[in-house]
Design a protein around this ligand. Sequence first.
Ligand SMILES: [Zn+2]
Length: 180
Amino acid sequence: MGNRFTVHGTRADEDCLYLTNGGTDVFFDVLTLAGSAIAESDWERNLVLHFADGHRHSRGFDGFDLSALPWTADWPAEKAFLLALLGKAMTRHGWHLLTYDPPYAPDSLRRYRAMADGLAAPVPVRRRPRRWGDWRVPPPAEFLERCPAHGIYQGELGCRLCDPEIQPPPWRAGRDARKT
Ligand SMILES: [Zn+2]
């Protein structure tokens, strides 16, 4: 069980990132850490909240196509932010706050950054999940409150790094906790 991340609907394995459920949790953890540090606009904050609340209620069904994100006419700047976010994550920003070692995250980030870099002008998408909403609209202020322990957006569902449902339990924390 896992999640498939694509760009422009690609199906070929080399053009998509397939992550196990555990790998998806790790991926969204490191993206939330990086994004919470650099988001400034409403669109950027909504993107980071997408990661902060991601893979919480829909485990195994949370992959998405990059071109389906709620891009606006300002998509070149939005794409530049996504690339900056991925670059920030590749510097291992905030990884000292993780209770586990993410051995596969650097490779996932490198591959995803290459995919995002290849994103061409997004076309209007009919099948975008309605719950994603309009990312030009400011998110609720309480979603942007930061976890005192981890500094990331708490999102709608609370700090993901504090969530025992998706973090390895303390007795499994450490080097081998997330080798999935
Ligand atoms: Zn926290």
